[in-house]
Design a protein around this ligand. Structure first.
Ligand SMILES: Nc1ncnc2c1ncn2[C@@H]1O[C@H](COP(=O)(O)OP(=O)(O)OP(=O)(O)O)[C@@H](O)[C@H]1O
Ligand SMILES: Cc1cn([C@H]2C[C@H](O)[C@@H](COP(=O)(O)O)O2)c(=O)[nH]c1=O
Length: 216
């Protein structure tokens, strides 16, 4: 039985997920919690290798179903090798993207269908759904402007999709909020970074208290 808490952070490109997870992890660690900050696709060697294949700009021939399967494969390995062991040790796991990314990007924006993509992900994760998902909502134009302006990370194959694709991703997330209102909490990611962070921290603290997460 897992004793930790599994939190995922989701949203379109440039919403601020990585920045906020980093700040939250620092704050929780300073309070004495055990925190694992990780990401998808990636977080461990095999999944980082799969990430390079999926996001390589040269891989223009990649089929949408191949893409969905690769994300699910990376997810499986990351879960068994890193996330589940941390949860078993009472960690708060903060994961940058998880199954909702596959449902929004591959299921909805690519048009594979959320139900079909959910099926392959069920095989990958069994019943390991997050306790809480923070959804960072942002207009795709603003998110893309942020990543292009700051130039802190390489532009990848998915970033290069047209604006319509990124608008569909956002629509997909909004559908997911209707499907999972108990699990997904929406935050307006166009706010000042400190306000986004404070709202995320408040929500996180609620669930930490409810689940009575122990400090070492
Ligand atoms: N609320 C904010 N206001 C202004 N700039 C922000 C805000 N949040 C993040 N940024 C900046 O936007 C850029 C993208 O942020 P970040 O990498 O955290 O987003 P992300 O959601 O992880 O993106 P992606 O999923 O595309 O990698 C960074 O330069 C970051 O400093
Ligand atoms: C997990 C997952 C991710 N994606 C997409 C979303 C982004 O475009 C990239 C990951 O890049 P990031 O800078 O780490 O956010 O991959 C996806 O399409 N499907 C997924 O399941």
């Amino acid at each position: 039985m897992n004793k930790g808490i599994f939190i995922t952070v989701e949203g379109p490109e440039g919403a601020g997920k990585t920045t906020v997870i980093h700040m939250l992890a620092q704050r929780l660690e300073a309070e004495g919690y055990r925190v694992l900050h990780t990401r998808e696709p990636g977080g461990i060697e095999i999944a980082e290798q799969i990430r390079s294949v999926i996001l390589d700009k040269e891989n223009t021939k990649m089929d949408a179903r191949t893409e969905a399967l690769l994300y699910a494969a990376a997810r499986r390995q990351h879960l068994v090798e890193k996330v589940i062991p941390a949860l078993e040790k009472d960690y708060i796991v903060l994961c940058d993207r998880f199954i909702d990314s596959s449902l929004a990007y591959q299921g909805y924006a690519r048009g594979l269908g959320m139900d079909e993509v959910y099926m392959i992900n069920r095989f990958a994760i069994k019943d390991m759904m997050p306790h809480l998902t923070l959804y960072f909502d942002i207009e795709p134009e603003l998110g893309l402007e942020r990543i292009n302006k700051h130039n802190e990370r390489e532009i990848n194959r998915l970033d290069l999709e047209d604006l319509k694709f990124h608008q569909l991703v956002r629509e997909g997330y909004i559908k997911l909020m209707d499907l999972y209102p108990e699990r997904i909490y929406k935050i307006d990611a166009s706010q000042l970074i400190d306000d986004v962070c404070a709202e995320a921290e408040g929500k996180l603290k609620e669930i930490i208290q409810k689940k009575e997460i122990r400090k070492p």
